[in-house]
Design a protein around this ligand. Structure first.
Ligand code: G6P
Ligand code: MG
Length: 216
């Protein structure tokens, strides 16, 4: 029996995945190389410092720990310039109604994101109050594909792992959900998220009860 839904943030609830891409690309360009969308796909769901390490490796650049911290802060400042302009209009299609219908069905709701900016983003878009628990980059020590973020989400909601459904747009995020023993619904394309139990284009595509029926 399904009792809880755990949502990734970037690319599932809000379209900040594109803000991350813009800010990382700007940083790579400043360091005299470039990243493309295909490479960016591998960064989704990965923490800020792990993303920076992957980007520097991709560009063949090596930096001291101190420099890395400086560049991670620069990227985050650029990212926050975009986040600070966010409003309720930046919530992805179908999300609010999906969250409200889930609540009406008695399903518990948690956020499971690697982002340290999660509560700011939920506040800016006005949907913080729709979540029963928030597990973000400030609560975990291991990046997806490690299941830590979703295990902690289920524990915060006091729901067994196998009664949880995870909604994810990242390959690494789906891996994390499966490693936690949860159902993984991919948000995006079937080709990229071929490890998910099934894939929808967005939360507008199916209602919570249709999702539950499909799982049973
Ligand atoms: C999410 C995104 C990643 C991002 C990470 C950390 O998982 O998919 O692209 O790097 O969060 O986000 P933060 O806001 O803490 O830099
Ligand atoms: Mg995501």
């Amino acid at each position: 029996m399904i009792k809880a839904f755990l949502f990734d943030l970037d690319g599932v609830i809000v379209d900040t995945a594109v803000f991350h891409y813009k800010a990382w690309k700007r940083l790579a360009n400043q360091l005299n190389f470039d990243i493309d969308e295909e490479f960016n796909e591998t960064l989704k769901g990965i923490s800020r410092m792990d993303s920076l390490d992957a980007i520097l490796k991709h560009g063949g650049v090596s930096l001291s720990q101190e420099e890395k911290e400086k560049y991670a802060k620069i990227k985050n400042d650029w990212y926050l310039e975009l986040v600070n302009q966010m409003t309720v209009n930046d919530i992805l299609p179908g999300v609010e109604i999906f969250l409200k219908e889930s609540r009406n069905l008695g399903i518990k709701i948690a956020l499971g994101s690697a982002s340290k900016n999660a509560s700011l983003i939920l506040e800016k878009t006005g949907i913080l109050g729709l979540f029963d628990a928030l597990i973000d980059g400030n609560h975990v020590s291991k990046s997806k594909p490690d299941p830590e973020v979703f295990l902690k989400g289920a524990e915060a909601l006091e729901v067994e792992y196998d009664a949880c459904v995870v909604f994810e747009d990242a390959y690494a995020g789906v891996q994390a959900a499966k490693a936690a023993g949860m159902v993984a619904v991919g948000i995006g394309s079937c080709e990229v998220l071929n490890n998910a139990d099934f894939v929808v284009k967005g939360l507008f595509e199916m209602s919570p009860s249709e999702i539950i029926t499909k799982i049973l």
